[in-house]
Design a protein around this ligand. Structure first.
Ligand code: NDP
Length: 276
């Protein structure tokens, strides 16, 4: 096994999270095993899955087959909106752990606030319980806006360690990033490459050519420089490897201006206020 290639960031609970990890959304369960083994061999230490991805078993098999020490890995999963509420979330968490074949996860997230259900505060209380039981080392949220986080702050006693949100040059999420920063919450970028749709942008291709890098590498470098945790997904070994080769170059002010010009507000996913 190789040495980990990503630095770690410290969360507000004092624990560390590898800044660059592997996302496995849309990776079929059977393929997830091979992808996770490849990723760990290449130096990934952080794997982001979810009950909804239907590949926790495959991820768990990959972790077991990789031969990595559990303590060297950072495994995150999430509760889906159909299991919101205190008891349902506790049960869903146990099912996730069972599928992963793990004693604990490093990070457990509420996948979406699902405001129409109005249960995310109770769901968060379940996550607090899971953390105090030592079954999730850290707890956080995903797709929360400032007003959802304000409610957690007003009605519960634990601040989320991370907020995982859609974030890429088209949707730089200035407002939520500022909220997170002001409240000691790490921002984690999902769909950091806008699901691959950014990779044909000619202006980014020019930045990449200037540095002898790929567009994906330029976008990932930008994400790291913002202080985001970032979890690009790939099933291809060569892309898994190249997405890690982002620690040997720096973007300059001209590059940042090119990236800033791509902001359009366009989402690849749903607006959290209106999803379930
Ligand atoms: P990404 O932005 O990571 O893009 C993935 C796409 O880009 C895939 O089609 C992949 O193809 C392609 N790709 C990856 N690397 C390269 C490369 N170097 N060159 C060319 N193409 C590349 O999208 P995701 O939506 O998967 O987001 C990443 C992770 O974020 C997810 O896997 C998941 O863990 C998390 N997520 C969380 C959500 C949430 O609500 N909390 C929602 C969505 C995602 P290929 O695999 O063929 O290489």
């Amino acid at each position: 096994m190789t040495t980990p290639l990503s630095p770690s960031l410290t969360m507000n609970d004092g624990l560390e999270i590898p800044q660059l990890g592997l996302g496995v959304y849309k990776v079929p369960d059977l393929e997830a095993t091979r992808v996770v083994v490849d990723a760990i061999e290449l130096g990934y230490r952080h794997i982001d899955t979810a009950a909804f991805y239907d590949n926790e078993r495959g991820v768990g098999r990959g972790i077991a087959e990789s031969g990595a020490q559990r303590a060297d890995l950072f495994v995150a999963t999430k509760v889906w909106h159909d299991r919101h509420g205190y008891d349902a979330t506790l049960a869903s968490f146990e099912e996730s752990l069972g599928r992963l074949g793990l004693e604990y996860v490093d990070l457990y997230l509420i996948h979406w606030p699902a405001p129409a259900q109005d249960k995310y505060v109770d769901t968060w209380r379940a996550l607090e319980q899971i953390r105090s039981d030592g079954r999730a080392r850290s707890i956080g949220v995903s797709n929360f806006k400032g007003h959802h986080l304000d409610r957690l702050a007003a009605e519960t006693s634990t601040a989320p360690a991370v907020n995982q949100i859609e974030l890429h040059p088209r949707l730089p999420q200035l407002e939520t990033r500022q909220y997170d920063r002001e409240h000691g919450i790490l921002t984690e970028a999902w769909s950091p490459l806008a699901r691959g749709t950014l990779l044909d942008e000619p202006t980014l291709a020019a930045v990449a050519a200037k540095h002898g890098k790929t567009v994906a590498q330029v976008v990932l470098r930008w994400q790291l420089d913002l202080g985001n945790v970032v979890i690009p997904k790939s099933v291809r070994r060569e892309r898994l490897a190249s997405n890690l080769e982002v620690f040997d170059f720096a973007l300059d002010a001209d590059d940042l201006a090119v990236i800033a010009a791509l902001e359009s507000g366009e989402r690849t996913g749903k607006d959290p206020d209106f999803f379930f």
